[in-house]
Design a protein around this ligand. Structure first.
Ligand code: IVH
Length: 675
C-alpha cells in the first residue's frame, strides 16, 4: 500500500473509533461489541507502530479518555495532585521542620507558621472554575490524570456552581475532599464497608441520579492551577474559600512551634470520636506561599506539608507461625502470622517483624503473645512480646540462612556505618529467582510504575502460579483466552484487563526505568536518569558504550546507584527483558521540564557555604531554569559557584580547566535575582 492509501485507511479507522466513543460516552450506548472495539483499537495501534507518519489526536494511543468498559473519560490535571508524607511522632515533626529550615538555609529558631488542617478521610476532587463557572471536576486518579466526574460532582450541594465574587480568580482548580458524614453513613451501612468506600462508590456512579441520592459533602482546602489568585498564604486562602461560598474545616488553625502543633493534635484527637466526619490525622502546611514555592516538592509530595497521623491502634494477639517473605530486591522479611484481630476497624492477620536482628533483639518466637500496632496505612508490626505468657516448650526462632529458591543469603556491608545490614537478602539474582521475580512483577504493574488498572498483587500471584507470566514482557503477551476460562473471570473482566494492559503500552521513560525495579533507583533517581538519557535507545545501549562512570556526573547518582545499575545491565536476562519490552512498548522520550530557561545548556557545581540559600534550593533553582548540576569538576562543568570556605582543590581544578568561577551574587544575577 502506498503512503496515501495507508493514511486514508488509517483515517477511516480513527473516524470509526471516534464515532463509537461518542456513542458510548455521550449517549451511553455501545453500538459494537467490546471485542470488535478492541480489535479496531489494536489495528490502529499496530499501524501507528509500523508507520511513524500515522498520527491522530483522536487515536486511542493518545486519547486518555475513551475506555470501552469504563464509565469515565480521563483528563490531565494542569497541576498534578500530590500526596503527603506522613509523620507519626514528635521526632518526625522535628525532622520535618529541620529539613525545611535546612532547605531554606535558615538558622535554628526560625519561626514557621503552619496551617493545621484536620485530614478528612474521603476522596479528593479538583474543580475547575473559569470566569466563576464550574466547568469541570476531576477525581485524583494517579495524581497526573484523573477521571472526569463533573456530572456527579455537580449533584453535591456544597459545591458552588457559579461564583460571582469580584476577587474570584479568572481560572482556578479548587481542590478538596468529598466525604459522607457518619450520621448519614448509618443509613448506607448495609451497602458499603465504611464511609470512605461509600463516598468513593457514590462519586463513581455511572448515573449522576444515583450519586444525587447520597448525601455527599465537600470541604475545600487547596488549589491546583490558578490565574489571578491574589493571596499570599494558605490561611488567607482558606478564608477566601469561605467568602466564595465553599465549606472549609471549622477546626483549621494557624499555629507555629512543634509543641503547639502537638497540643492541637492532642486536643483534636480527643474530639475525634465525637466528630461527624472521619479524620485520620492533621495536615500541616507551611503557611507562606513564597516559602512553599521555594520549598517545592520531591517525587510526589511537597516539602512544605506533612500529614501527622493519629496514633496507631494496638491489640494483643498470638503468633501462629513466622513466614519469610522475599521482597523485590531480595530482602528476606519475617512476617508473623497472627490469630486474626480487629485493630481500629481493620482485620489484621499479618504483622511484620522487620528483619533478623529485630527477631533476635526482641526474642520473638512462634506461640508468643504479642502486642501488634497498626498506624495509618503502614503495615502492622509487632511491638512487644509478653514473656510472662510464654510456654515452657517454646523454642528460639532460627532465621533461615537460605532463600526459598535455594540460594545462600547474605548481609551487605554498609561502607558508611561500617556495619553489616540488619537485612538478610538473596544475592541480587533479580528475575532469575522465581520468588524475587514475582515481587518485581508486582512492582512493575504498581501505581507509580506501569499503573495497570485492575492488575493488582493478587493477580500477579495468580498468574505467576499458573505460569502465565514470569517476566515483564509476558504481561503484554497474555493469552486472554486462557484467562477467560479461569474461575471468577468473564468476558467483561478479561476485556477490561486487556484494555488496561494495552492502554499502558505507551509509557514515559521515567516510569519505565522506575518500573524495572533496579535497586536504589526510586522515583527521584528514575527521573534523573530519564532526563539524562532522554531516549530508551540511549538507556539500552549503556552497557555497549560502557560509559557508566559518566552517570556520576548526574547530581543525585552516586556510587551505590552506579553499582546497582551496572549489576542490572550485567545480567543477560535483564538485557533480554529490555529488548523484548522494546518490541511491545512505545517508550516515550523524556521531556526536559523547561528547555528555554535562563540557564539552558549550562552546568553548575557549588563549593562552600552560601548565604541564606541551601544547596538543595540552588539545585532546584538551576533545574527550574533548564540548567543542570554536576557533582564534580570536569570539562563538562560550565560554572563553579563559590561560597564561604570553598574546597581549594575544586577551585584549582576549575582554574586549570578554565571554568568560570562565580560567587552567589553573580549566580543570582544570571537569574535576574538578588540575594
Ligand atoms: S493538601 C499537596 N489538605 O490527603 C498537598 N490534603 O495524602 C496535598 N487531605 O489526597 C493535598 N485533608 O485527599 C490537603 N486539608 C487537607 C487535606 C488533604 C485531607 C487528603 C487528600 C490528599 C491526601 C494526601
Amino acid at each position: 500500500m502506498n503512503r496515501k492509501k495507508l493514511e486514508l485507511n488509517y483515517k477511516e479507522k480513527i473516524k470509526l473509533i471516534t464515532k463509537f466513543n461518542n456513542y458510548y460516552f455521550d449517549k451511553n450506548e455501545s453500538i459494537i461489541s467490546d471485542k470488535e472495539y478492541d480489535d479496531l483499537k489494536k489495528e490502529i495501534i499496530l499501524l501507528e507502530n509500523k508507520y511513524e507518519f500515522l498520527k491522530s489526536k483522536n487515536s486511542p494511543s493518545k486519547s486518555v479518555g475513551h475506555k470501552p468498559s469504563k464509565n469515565f473519560k480521563k483528563a490531565n490535571h494542569k497541576v498534578p495532585m500530590l500526596s503527603l508524607a506522613n509523620a507519626f511522632s514528635e521526632e518526625d515533626l522535628i525532622n520535618f521542620e529541620k529539613k525545611i529550615t535546612n532547605f531554606l538555609s535558615k538558622k535554628e529558631g526560625f519561626i514557621i507558621s503552619y496551617s493545621a488542617e484536620p485530614k478528612i478521610d474521603g476522596i479528593s476532587a479538583s474543580l475547575t472554575y473559569k470566569n466563576g463557572n464550574l466547568v469541570r471536576g476531576l477525581s485524583r486518579g494517579d495524581g497526573k490524570e484523573g477521571e472526569d466526574i463533573t456530572k456527579n460532582l455537580i449533584t453535591i450541594k456544597d459545591i458552588p456552581k457559579k461564583i460571582s465574587s469580584k476577587d474570584f480568580p479568572e481560572e482556578i482548580d479548587i481542590r478538596g475532599e468529598v466525604f459522607i458524614q457518619n450520621s448519614d453513613f448509618e443509613n448506607l451501612k448495609d451497602k458499603f464497608a465504611n464511609a470512605r468506600n461509600a463516598a468513593s462508590g457514590s462519586l463513581r456512579q455511572k448515573n449522576p441520579e444515583d450519586t444525587e441520592k447520597i448525601p455527599l459533602k465537600f470541604i475545600a482546602y487547596t488549589f491546583g492551577f490558578e490565574k489571578g489568585l491574589n493571596v499570599d498564604n494558605q490561611f488567607d486562602y482558606l478564608k477566601k474559600l469561605g467568602s466564595w461560598g465553599f465549606k472549609t474545616n471549622p477546626l483549621n488553625k494557624l499555629i507555629s512551634g512543634i509543641k503547639n502543633l502537638i497540643q492541637n493534635y492532642n486536643e483534636i484527637e480527643k474530639k475525634r470520636s465525637n466528630l461527624d466526619f472521619d479524620i485520620d490525622g492533621i495536615v500541616y502546611k507551611v503557611n507562606d506561599f513564597n516559602l512553599q514555592k521555594r520549598l517545592g516538592h520531591v517525587a510526589n509530595a511537597p516539602r512544605w506539608a506533612v500529614a501527622h497521623k493519629f496514633s496507631s491502634n494496638k491489640a494483643v494477639s498470638e503468633i501462629k507461625d513466622i513466614e519469610i517473605q522475599i521482597g523485590r530486591t531480595g530482602a528476606l522479611t519475617p512476617v508473623a502470622k497472627i490469630k486474626p484481630i480487629n485493630i481500629g476497624g481493620v482485620q489484621v492477620s499479618n504483622a511484620t517483624l522487620h528483619n533478623e536482628d529485630e527477631i533476635i533483639r526482641k526474642d520473638i518466637r512462634v506461640g508468643d503473645t504479642v502486642t501488634v500496632e497498626r498506624a495509618g496505612d503502614v503495615i502492622p508490626h509487632v511491638v512487644s512480646v509478653d514473656i510472662l505468657k510464654r510456654k515452657n516448650t517454646s523454642k528460639k526462632f532460627i532465621f533461615p540462612k537460605k532463600c526459598p529458591c535455594g540460594y545462600e543469603t547474605i548481609k551487605d556491608f554498609n561502607k558508611i556505618t561500617k556495619k553489616f545490614d540488619s537485612v538478610r537478602r538473596c544475592p541480587d539474582r533479580g528475575f532469575e529467582c522465581n520468588r524475587i521475580a514475582k515481587e518485581k512483577l508486582k512492582h512493575f504493574v504498581s501505581k507509580d510504575a506501569f499503573n495497570i488498572d485492575g492488575f493488582g498483587k493478587k493477580i500477579v500471584e495468580k498468574f505467576c502460579e499458573l505460569n502465565f507470566i514470569k517476566l515483564p514482557q509476558d504481561i503484554f503477551k497474555l493469552d486472554y483466552g486462557k484467562i477467560e476460562k479461569l474461575d471468577g473471570w468473564g468476558k467483561l473482566s478479561v476485556d477490561n484487563l486487556r484494555y488496561s494492559v494495552d492502554e499502558k503500552k505507551s509509557i514515559s521513560l521515567e516510569r519505565f526505568i522506575y518500573s524495572l525495579g533496579i535497586r536504589h533507583i526510586g522515583l527521584e533517581n528514575a527521573k534523573l536518569l530519564s532526563r539524562y538519557f532522554v531516549s530508551f535507545q540511549k538507556f539500552k545501549t549503556l552497557p555497549k558504550k560502557n560509559n557508566y562512570n559518566d552517570l556520576l556526573n548526574i547530581d543525585g547518582i552516586g556510587e551505590t546507584q552506579l553499582v546497582s545499575i551496572k549489576n542490572f545491565f550485567s545480567k543477560d536476562i535483564n538485557l533480554k527483558i529490555l529488548s523484548e519490552l522494546d518490541k511491545v512498548l512505545n517508550i516515550k522520550n523524556a521531556k526536559a521540564p523547561n528547555t528555554r530557561g535562563l540557564l539552558k545548556d549550562k552546568s553548575f557545581l557549588v563549593t562552600g557555604k552560601l548565604n541564606n540559600i541551601s544547596r538543595a534550593e540552588v539545585k532546584s533553582l538551576i533545574e527550574e531554569n533548564s540548567g543542570t548540576t554536576v557533582s564534580s569538576v570536569s570539562k563538562k562543568l560550565n560554572y563553579l559557584i563559590t561560597g564561604e570556605k570553598p574546597t581549594k582543590k575544586k577551585i584549582e581544578s576549575a582554574k586549570a580547566l578554565k571554568i568560570k568561577i562565580i560567587d552567589q551574587d553573580e549566580f543570582l544575577k544570571m537569574l535576574n535575582k538578588t540575594s
